[in-house]
Design a protein around this ligand. Structure first.
Ligand code: ADP
Ligand code: MG
Length: 698
């Protein structure tokens, strides 16, 4: 059904086909609806007049009324300007034009009262306004001007065709005057009342031509609410639908967990870890398929938490798998868990891109027969020939490193029923983003680090203080500790970056001739990587010079110093991840951020943030503030975050309200069949509301 608001824009008074075409090309405006949703990005405050003696040079535009005394053209030919002396009862100011001098002179009438609007600037002791807006004062516009004037985004091309902000304002005015103009209300009355929201049509009027700043704020709140609320509603609806569609395997046997817990656990779990295990166990018994995100800062002990959950699945007769984004990390998980598996009599296998063919074949057989309890691997384990006998729980470590398709494949590794899925991340996601991007996942958070960890001390050093750094490294090595030195490698294939690393390695070798070193980068053969990593893990080498391949997950508790070269080239979350490689043992650990002497303002802010805090959530919030939601989540998901009016950086509170309401409504009325939900149901069905279905299976 197409209504009045779907009318093509060319039929609006004063538009026509040529302008309509341009509006479409330049601003994507095709219909009345599109136009009305082209909101102003700011307002000119015409709600008050100043007197001339109130003017100060604070950079704000002012509106004054008065008369012109005298108009004259001054300056040499070709550089002429027009000046007009303008006064009210309190003083005098100069108006200046550099362009259209003659035309303007013919227009200005001394002795006649005018309204003048513009930005005053101070020259010596006198104020002047260049190219002010000026019009004759009439009783009508004296009151008419007492308002907020909308300012619209437009483009150079449009402006050349006289479609400037003012022209757009005029179109909006025409449209709002037109008889049929009315947007279909999306919220039911009761809802608006409960939430204290303005109705949609009032909001659309007030956003363009607000009666006051408060009215504009109310209108904006309503429009933002709509945007956020319908995304949340869709998320909860899909989540509920999926829950109904996919039953989950019920795990109830916790005997293995008991055995591990009473006889083999290497340390006491933190309260946070225990709490998370409880949450997951509840899911695993619920009969619903679990899709849960486990957030926990670097070093918070996600691995063992996941392992305990895997024991629940294994104890109930199912297989489990854990997928890691890099080979090094997969190897570490395998090594770490193998020790426990031996004690518990479980079979664990590792499959990566460099697993020998014969081994691979053997493991796949064991996997298909159900002998293997835990399969660890990289994305090599989502290949088609990797077939489980009874996969019950899939864990994805550092989930942000995987694409949607890769994750989805893992879901399907059990032909009969979808396995439970636990995804883990050490990159805390700001709450607002998590609610929007991962809204359909349950979230568990490990909030504390294991006891006895000392917060890492972070400092910023300029390249010129390198000798000081070397002295410090030497002292730490003398204390028996180990050191990472990381170089930025933006692209594994970039020869330039690679040279940085090699030069760095050589200078370290010269500075520490007696200290055994390791080097690690993406161009090395997997075998050599393992060899170097092993030597460092065993403590045979003391300094690891590496690229960001060590960023994710690597665990060497004896390493106490993380030096990051050219740290201005890293993003905040990456710096945080890298820093998380140290501070894993009982010793005081350090992170040194090296930079050149000249760095940009944002780099300085990033580094300042790293020095100031070790709290991953705080860092994530700062990252969001510095980069904006789209950039933060990568291009793949950024489209989703292109909200028109709401801003995930600042509208967290409103988002929370919208989310709570959406959740409540879906819990009460999952199919939106009740009379009081008619309007929201209609809007939800009619509009394409983009959400990211994280847990979507096909
Ligand atoms: P992340 O959450 O970053 O993946 P890991 O699981 O790698 O962290 O754990 C970091 C280190 O902390 C490991 O050496 C692990 O054995 C240790 N660890 C985990 N939980 C505890 C705990 N409750 N008490 C002491 N050490 C722990
Ligand atoms: Mg980890």
């Amino acid at each position: 059904m197409s209504g009045f608001m779907d009318t093509k824009i060319e039929f609006l008074k004063g538009v026509g086909p040529a302008k309509a075409k341009l509006l479409h090309e330049e601003l994507g405006i095709q219909t009345f609806h599109d136009l009305i949703y082209h909101f102003p990005f700011r307002y000119e405050d015409r709600s008050q007049f100043l007197t001339i003696n109130q003017i100060s040079s604070d950079g704000e535009n002012v509106q004054i009324k008065g008369v012109i005394d005298q108009v004259e053209i001054v300056g040499a030919a070709g550089k002429q300007r027009l000046t007009a002396s303008f006064r009210d009862q309190t003083g005098q100011i100069e108006l200046i034009w550099f362009k259209g001098v003659k035309w303007m002179k013919s227009k200005l009438k001394p002795g006649v009262p005018y309204i003048v609007y513009g930005k005053p600037s101070l020259f010596q002791t006198k104020y002047s306004i260049s190219h002010p807006e000026i019009e004759i004062l009439t009783p009508a516009n004296e009151t008419g001007k007492k308002s907020l004037l909308p300012v619209y985004a437009t483009t150079e091309k449009l402006k050349r065709k006289y479609v400037d902000s003012k022209a757009i304002a005029k179109m909006q005015f025409e449209l709002l005057q037109a008889k049929g103009t009315s947007a279909v209300e999306t919220l039911d009355n009761e809802l608006m009342q409960i939430m204290g929201l303005m109705d949609l049509n009032s909001a659309l009027r007030q956003i363009h031509f607000p009666l006051s700043m408060q009215a504009k704020d109310k209108a904006l709140e309503r429009l933002k609410f709509d945007e956020l609320f319908f995304i949340q509603l869709k998320i909860f609806k899909e989540k509920t639908d999926q829950k109904e569609a996919h039953r989950g395997i019920v795990f109830q046997n916790s005997s293995l967990v008991h055995d591990f817990y009473t006889n083999h656990k290497p340390f006491e779990l933190t309260d946070s870890q225990k709490q998370v295990i409880k949450e997951i166990y509840t899911d695993l018994q619920s009969g619903y398929q679990m899709n849960r995100l486990l957030q926990g800062d670097v070093g918070s002990g996600k691995t063992i938490t996941a392992f305990v959950c895997m024991l629940i699945a294994i104890g109930s007769g199912f297989q489990t798998t854990i997928m890691a984004p890099t080979e090094i990390l997969a190897i570490q998980h395998h090594q770490g868990l193998e020790e426990y598996c031996d004690k518990l009599g479980l079979k664990i296998r590792l499959i990566t891109g460099s697993t020998k063919k014969s081994n691979r074949r053997k493991y796949l057989e064991e996997l298909a027969s159900g002998e293997v309890n835990i399969l660890v691997g990289t994305h090599a384990l989502i290949e088609n020939d990797v077939q489980f006998n009874r996969l019950g729980l899939a864990v994805i470590d550092e989930q942000h490193r995987f694409g949607v398709a890769q994750r989805a494949k893992l879901w399907q590794k059990n032909k009969h029923v979808y396995p439970h899925v636990l995804v883990m991340t050490a990159t805390p996601i700001p709450r607002t983003l998590a609610m929007t991007l991962y809204g359909d996942l349950e979230v568990s958070t490990i909030r504390e680090l294991p006891k006895g960890r000392k917060p890492i001390k972070t400092s910023h050093l300029y390249d010129s203080s390198r000798l000081k750094l070397f002295g410090f490294i030497q002292r730490e090595i003398d204390l028996g500790r180990q050191v990472y030195i990381v170089y930025p490698l933006i692209e594994e294939s970039s020869t330039l970056d690679y040279k940085d690393l090699m030069d760095g390695y050589e200078s370290i070798a010269r500075a520490f001739p007696k200290v055994p070193l390791s080097i690690l980068h993406g161009k090395m053969k997997p075998k050599d990587k393992d060899f170097e990593m092993d030597r460092f893990v065993r403590g045979e080498t003391k300094i690891m010079v590496a690229t960001t391949v060590i960023e994710v997950g690597v665990n060497v508790p004896n390493a106490s110093v993380m030096v990051i070269e050219n740290s201005e080239r890293f993003g905040l979350s990456q710096l945080h991840q890298l820093r998380g490689r140290v501070g894993r043992g009982a010793d005081q650990s350090y992170c040194v951020l090296m930079t050149g002497s000249k760095i940009s303002k944002t780099s300085r802010e990033r580094i300042g943030c790293m020095v100031a805090t070790t709290d991953g959530f705080e860092i994530a919030e700062k990252d969001l503030e510095l980069r904006g939601p789209g950039d933060l989540m990568g291009t793949q998901q950024s489209g989703l975050l292109d909200l028109k009016v709401a801003d995930l950086t600042t509208d967290g509170e409103l988002l929370k309200r919208a989310r709570r309401l959406a959740e409540q409504i879906i819990a009460e009325d999952p199919d939106l069949e009740r009379q009081k939900h008619v309007k929201i149901a209609r809007h939800l069905n009619k509009n394409q509301i983009a959400t990211l279905r994280w847990s979507a299976i096909s």
